[in-house]
Design a protein around this ligand. Structure first.
Ligand code: MG
Ligand code: ZN
Length: 361
């Protein structure tokens, strides 16, 4: 072989190696991951919120976006339980499943894995903390309707902060147990209003902002999600190892089920204001990966007219149920580039595991 062809061979080899490497770059490690779910938030819901906000959203500050395929193990149209279990545990399961696989076997969630690795963990939602989306990150139950069993599963974890509704599932139970007393015994501070939440400066916090479900934004809940998120960030960042937090704008979905455009817009803008606070934190921190997505779309919502100046839209719905369309994913921070492209909803779990550099499930 001539010297020249040797060089050509060597050059080709180097090219192959570098191409091979560039195909699978390792994401930068994230100290903190904040997963934000707008339940039922498809692209039309986002655009309705953007219009209500006169043409802009905090969401636009995300640097990468992609789409996920959300079909569940047994239905073309997923529900929030199977959708959240896919993100939380990395497996497709049946509709209604809370942190269990298709054979009803418990599967560890990213929140539990983070906890085992010494990270701080938290959940902030605008529904009962036992509702399908948050429940899938902390409980293992065959059905989403088992609110009291889901509440009992909170006792088996060391979650540091949870803020939502659902007081009655902890306090007024068929088995007579008072889990709020049990939480106090486990050193949780208990808050029953947003004012009480805001008084907490350190330590563990369990907050119950409603007996069952919180009110709509427009009917008295106001900006509790923004305020709760600020407190949760303040508490969780005190753990030097990092944090995993779930934040849910739970009621965008309920606006879709109700075919109520104004309900969707109010909840969407509230969720986006929360996104703004989280992105401010992440930008300042520099080690926080923020992922923003939905479990599915609700209402078959579309926009047939609108005005960026007045912030008004004319919405149309094709169903009062969920739909099967692809769902956008937005990301910001170290490892955000992993979220471009099209992938299964379960891949969001895998990407979070890679970002935390956690080894096994
Ligand atoms: Mg939900
Ligand atoms: Zn729904």
């Amino acid at each position: 072989m001539s010297t020249r062809s040797k060089y050509v061979l060597l050059f080709s080899f180097c090219l192959l190696v570098s191409v091979g490497q560039s195909q699978k770059p390792k994401p930068k490690r994230a100290k903190n991951i904040i997963l934000m779910i707008g339940d039922g938030m498809g692209t039309a819901q986002i655009y309705a919120g953007l219009t209500a906000n006169k043409g802009k959203l905090h969401l636009e500050r995300c640097t990468y976006s992609g789409f996920h395929k959300n079909q569940s193990a047994d239905h073309y149209i997923t529900d929030s339980a199977a959708g959240a279990t896919a993100f939380a545990c990395g497996q497709k399961t049946y509709n209604g499943a809370i942190g269990v696989d298709a054979n009803h076997q418990p599967i560890a969630s990213i929140l539990e894995i983070a906890e085992r690795n010494g990270l701080a963990t938290g959940m902030v939602v605008t529904c009962s903390s036992t509702h399908a989306t948050p429940a899938s990150f902390i409980a293992h139950q065959a059905s989403r309707s088992l609110d009291e069993d889901i509440a009992l599963d909170f006792m088996k974890t060391d979650i540091d902060v949870f803020i939502g509704g659902g007081r009655k599932f902890f306090e007024k139970r068929k088995d007579g147990k008072n889990l709020i007393d049990s939480l106090r015994a486990k050193n949780y501070q208990i808050a029953n209003s947003i004012a009480e939440v805001q008084k907490v400066k350190t330590g563990k916090l369990a907050a119950f902002l409603a007996e069952e479900q919180q009110a709509k934004f427009s009917e008295g809940r106001g900006d509790e999600l923004v305020k709760s998120t600020e407190v949760a960030l303040q508490l969780l960042q005190q753990n030097k190892k990092g944090m995993f937090m779930l934040i849910e704008g739970s009621q965008i979905d309920w606006g879709g089920h109700a075919n109520d455009t104004q309900y969707i817009m109010d909840e969407m803008v509230d969720f986006d204001n929360t996104i703004g606070k989280v992105l401010d934190f992440a930008a300042k921190d520099g080690n926080t990966l923020v992922i923003i997505t939905a479990d599915h779309e609700t209402g078959g919502f579309s926009l047939v007219d609108g005005d960026m100046k007045t912030g008004k839209v004319e919405g149309k719905f094709t169903t009062t149920h969920h739909t099967g369309v692809m769902i956008p994913v937005f990301a910001f921070g170290p490892g955000a580039e992993q979220f471009s492209g099209i992938y299964d909803n379960t891949a969001i779990f895998d990407k979070m595991m890679q970002s935390f550099q956690f080894k096994v499930k």
